[in-house]
Design a protein around this ligand. Sequence first.
Ligand code: NAD
Length: 448
Amino acid sequence: MEIEKILLRQRDFFMTQQTKSLAFRKMYLEKLRNLIISNENVLYEAIHKDFGKSRFDTFTTEISFILNDIDYYIKNLKSLAKPEKVRTNLVNQLGKSKIYSEPLGCTLIIGAWNYPYQLSLSPMIAAIAAGNCCIVKPSEIAENTMKAISSIINQNFPSEYLYIYEGGINETTALLKLKFDKIFFTGSTRVGKIVYKAAAEHLTPVVLELGGKSPAIVTKDASLEIAARRIVWGKFLNAGQTCVAPDYLLIEEPVQEQFLEMLRKYIKEFRYESGAEQYTRIINHSHYQRLTHLIDRNKIYCGGNFNEEQLYIEPTILSDVNWNDEVMQEEIFGPILPVITFQSYNAALNSIMELEKPLAAYLFTNNAEEKDLFTKKLSFGGGCINDTVMHLSNDHLPFGGVGSSGFGSYHGKYGFAAFSHQKAILEKRTWGEPDIKYPPYSEKKLSW
Ligand code: NAD
């Protein structure tokens, strides 16, 4: 069916008011939960076909994440949707003021390929919880997962309510010509600009979840062993194809040698060698080519092996890297970790600030002043002190970018808010009218 027709039918369906009922939202959230559980094996197989992601990684970073989202909204739906009573100012006494979270209507979600289930379904779950209809366009780059999502959703949900639209650039371009009430986009900064421009034509509000170069800083006051372990995990999880992966490492000069040795040790300990089941492959040949070109063979500290047939790139650390090296000019989005050494912590922060604002930043230190400076001086979407990536697993925290890493946020109550309009209503009594409000404004009224 043509996508315009589906959108028109979604508009009609939204007008019936059915999606606004909390029982309706809860029923479909529960249905989705059951479908994900009963189709778990289909989901594991599809993502494994796309880029060799293991069952364990898929469960921890995709399936459990989505189930947790569903459970959060089922549990908190009533309180999230409840009108919020607020204070009423003096001139409006004896009135009552309330904020109503109302669904926006017909929403569009465009996903990226690197966490294909989470990035398409997690915003869709928030859209359902907030009472919207929804069209989801997953990334065509992860083709098997796109097909798995579309067959599960389209066979089990009415298309006038939820619909998965398969397609690539042409289909997305066509979608973006239509009028939606909200567009939620996850992807690159380049395509984010295209989406933003198209949305402006209809004055459609957008959330842009984009990327960038997210730094990890390790100072001499860090607990080095745990820092190395957590950086290796966050960087090489999903073979570095994670929007919040540490893109590059800034290490304080006196501990550099010792720390690089620890990184090497953990890469080995995690058994990321060729053929390892636990280590994800690169999504396609074009990304493989892009990434292998970023490996400067003169700067390899460890790793540097690759195999195109298997789309495997070994976890690779590049040392003695400079800010103007090629690997520092774009988001890496793969298993290559450039290391830059710094003498002054403050100067290191200044260097980060010369680049675009990143989606995430990580600091490893036990020094309170350094933590304070990191939090107050650097601007970034979100991050961790003494860990990597894990901030996004806390649904009490908003997840989103700033500047060129995007705007708007989701997860937990922020996801609900992203798909809602905050409607303000003042209800007045019909008596106790102050005469002073109305003309004619006599001398007596003006001098009051
Ligand atoms: P992408 O921008 O190439 O594609 C994202 C989506 O846009 C896909 O669904 C694709 O079909 C569509 N698209 C691509 N080109 C288009 C065009 N010219 N016109 C219209 N639509 C188009 O991104 P990607 O390669 O899928 O994902 C990688 C990027 O996404 C990285 O920069 C990464 O950091 C970012 N990302 C961000 C987050 C986040 O939560 N902030 C999460 C994952 C990935």
